[in-house]
Design a protein around this ligand. Structure first.
Ligand code: ATP
Length: 391
């Protein structure tokens, strides 16, 4: 190769390098631009985050998605508004969603399940661990519940063949702590049904319009989770006798009860869903909920008798190392008026006395000490002449 040729080759190589360099310069410029764009976006998001954090937002429910915007209903005052949505939420909203809105009603945040009242008010247990064997002293009630709730779930054709409708709803009534919730959990467990509990007191504590919505949600959820046992605890909170007062709170409770009744009435083809409820205040109940097709099977769950107390003592000491000087029959006879929950508390307390004494074995003395402690506490908290429940 001549010198001239070599020179021209070097020149060409040099020109290529310059071109590559120019191209890289352009790309660097582009990347720098993009970086400042992103930086700006980040700042914007930070600012938006700050405003979201610092300003109070109101709660609302999405009612409808329309071409002109989203119709929401604000909680508390039930005001309906056509509003807009932050672009980042555009594709995420559905009717029924709970959202946070700002002063000008623009939707700022979609609330997730944790903050959802539905999740707060309901306890959902796909497989409760209570079984019939854990329940003492109420064998007749267990039998009745099995007949009214378990049989229709496990043996529906039996009812069809005989030509009778199973009870629509089962109401358990009796003093606190006698095993009503346990019964509902056990029947859900034995039938492999999802246990869905709603506390009546929660239903009436929510925002206006929320109680009836929660009732609707409750039945919807049960339909999604079939087979299911719905258990409404403290049903007296939503279904007590009508009062004459016209305060908005009462009207709201009435609305919630009406929703419950209409769900039950419209629930002819109930499928694999059974409805149970419990109350300590049977005397307060509005008779409307006891009509046929509603809570039409009533089961009284009393405090345990002597034999029942012995059984419950045995159940709650099953996993304890109990000394031979403990006599459950004798102990049971001193526990008159004790509920199952009281007996469970006594057993735990006795165990605590043994632990405090550095023993693994629970002795008669521990039960006596536990009894004395509970009676003592009881004396201090009982208000003379006050009847906390009736049944
Ligand atoms: N019959 C029973 N047999 C065994 N344990 C019982 C019985 N009744 C109550 N208990 C104990 O008391 C606890 C509370 O009982 P449960 O929640 O079923 O009562 P409840 O009747 O639903 O009360 P409330 O009316 O206050 O809701 C149970 O977890 C269990 O430890």
């Amino acid at each position: 190769m001549s010198d001239a040729e070599r020179l021209s080759a070097i020149r060409q190589h040099y020109e290529r390098l310059v071109a590559v360099n120019d191209e890289l310069d352009d790309r660097l410029l582009e990347a720098t631009d993009r970086r400042s764009e992103l930086q700006e976006e980040l700042e914007q998001l930070k600012r938006r985050n700050e405003t979201l954090k610092t300003s109070s937002l109101y709660l609302a429910t999405v009612e409808e998605l329309t071409d002109d915007g989203v119709v929401i209903k604000q909680h508390g005052n039930n005001q309906e508004v056509l509003t807009e949505v932050s672009p980042h939420l555009d594709d995420e909203l559905d009717a029924g969603d709970r959202v946070a809105i700002n002063d000008s009603f623009a939707i700022q945040q979609l609330l997730d399940d944790e903050t959802d009242a539905r999740a707060q008010a309901m306890e959902i247990d796909a497989s409760p661990s209570v079984s019939y064997g854990d329940i003492g002293g109420i064998d007749d009630q267990v039998r009745e519940v099995r007949e009214a709730v378990e049989e229709p779930l496990t043996n529906p054709e039996l009812f069809e063949t005989v030509g009778v409708d199973p009870p629509s709803g089962v109401l358990l009534y009796g003093p606190p702590g006698t095993g009503k919730t346990m019964l509902a959990k056990a029947v859900a467990n034995e039938t492999d049904a999802t246990f869905i509990k709603m506390a009546g007191s929660e239903l009436v504590r929510k925002f206006i319009g929320e109680g009836s919505r929660l009732v609707r949600d409750l039945f919807e959820l049960a339909a999604e989770r079939e087979p299911a046992v719905i258990f409404i605890d403290e049903i007296d909170a939503v279904a007590s006798k009508r009062t004459d007062s016209k305060t908005s709170g009462d009207a709201e409770v009435q609305r919630t009860m009406m929703q419950l009744l209409s769900e039950m009435d419209g629930f002819d083809d109930r499928g694999d869903i059974r409805i149970m409820a419990a109350t300590n205040r049977f005397d307060m109940l509005d008779e409307a909920i006891l009509r046929p097709g509603r809570f039409d099977r009533l089961i009284k769950v009393p405090k345990p008798d002597l034999e029942g107390r012995e059984q419950i003592l045995e159940i709650h000491t099953r996993d304890m190392n109990v000394a031979s000087d403990v006599n459950f029959a004798g102990l049971g006879s001193t526990l008159e008026e004790y509920s199952g929950a009281d007996i469970a508390a006594l057993a735990t307390e006795a165990g605590m006395f043994a632990i405090r004494d550095g023993r693994a074995e629970v002795r008669r003395r521990d039960f006596d000490d536990a009894y004395a402690k509970i009676e003592d506490a009881e004396e201090q908290t009982t208000i003379p002449g006050h009847t906390p429940y009736q049944y």
